[in-house]
Design a protein around this ligand. Structure first.
Ligand code: PAF
Length: 283
């Protein structure tokens, strides 16, 4: 696995691969790899000739009071894990390579970024995500890019970005990978102490409770949300949001008819965690 730090070098490597007729898969990451990241790499490896993983802790998607400075960073460990997944290139640029002096462009995707994490974290968050992902697509020119479904809103934002800007890339959303007790894998789980770690498992249990109620025939969105909230309350968790939304455009869903996204964000101990399930109505 090559580690590349400059745009000129990654462009040359991709150009060379494409000249030979190879397909290129990109896994954009901020590092601190866990099994969720590895599953994206495995998916990319299975379906592409050249697999590029980007490792860049993107400053523009963090708010002033968020965890940019403490975000877990261990490039050596990440490089070893990437190499073990047979990744071809780890693209790990310095911030100045991505945001050089005088950089002034921001991509804002209206509508779907105003709610859920966009409302909780502020508009800068998805502006930062959209801008850096557009840059990575411009730099790497992948055929396919892989994102985790844990960040369900991010997946929709990236799909809209690609659609609205006619970017020639296919977006693949890969299933959430969970710990044995159901906690969704996240780089931020390292912030959890033992008590918070136990408490955090309630997020997935809460989403399960809503699905169980849906399986029992409940269709009322508020009732499904209430079932999930009750599990969180039992665990002493007050969510930042817990909402049933359209899985396509994140509009509120009053009645479950088909599939809908039940998304949650909550502070648990020192971590801010997000999770979601796609709820199904079975009849
Ligand atoms: O999901 C992430 O790790 C980041 O938001 C991404 C997509 C790499 C952009 O910085």
């Amino acid at each position: 696995m090559r580690i590349i730090r400059t745009i000129a070098e990654i462009r040359a490597a991709v150009r060379d691969a494409k000249r030979r007729g190879q397909t290129v898969g990109l896994v954009p990451t901020m590092g601190a790899f866990h099994a969720g990241h590895l599953s994206l790499m495995q998916q990319a490896r299975a379906n592409n000739d050249l697999v590029v993983v980007s490792l860049f802790v993107n400053p523009t998607q963090f708010g002033a009071n968020e965890d940019l400075s403490s975000y877990p960073r261990d490039e050596e460990r990440d490089a070893a894990l990437g190499a073990a997944e047979d990744v071809d290139i780890l693209f790990a640029p310095e911030p100045a390579e991505i945001y050089p002096e005088g950089f002034t462009t921001t991509i804002h995707i209206a509508g779907i970024t105003d709610m859920l994490d966009g409302a909780s974290r502020g508009a800068h968050h998805f502006d930062g995500v959209a801008t850096v992902v557009a840059k990575l697509f411009g730099i790497v020119a992948p055929d396919v890019a892989y994102f985790g479904q844990k960040d369900a809103q991010q997946v929709l934002v990236v799909r809209r970005l690609a659609r609205d800007l006619n970017l020639d890339v296919r977006i693949e959303a890969c299933p959430i990978v969970r710990e044995a007790d159901g906690l969704a894998m996240s780089s931020r789980n390292v912030y959890l102490d033992a008590d918070a770690r136990r408490q955090a498992a309630a997020l997935n249990r809460a989403l399960d409770a809503a699905q169980a109620l849906a399986d029992a025939g409940e269709r009322d969105g508020a009732a499904l949300e209430a079932a999930a909230r009750a599990v969180l309350a039992d665990a002493g968790i007050t969510p930042e949001y817990l909402e049933l939304r359209s899985a396509e455009d994140l509009q509120p869903v009053a009645r479950l008819d088909g599939d809908a996204l039940l998304a949650v964000a909550a502070r648990v101990g020192a971590a801010r965690l997000i999770d979601n399930h796609i709820l199904h109505s079975t009849s």
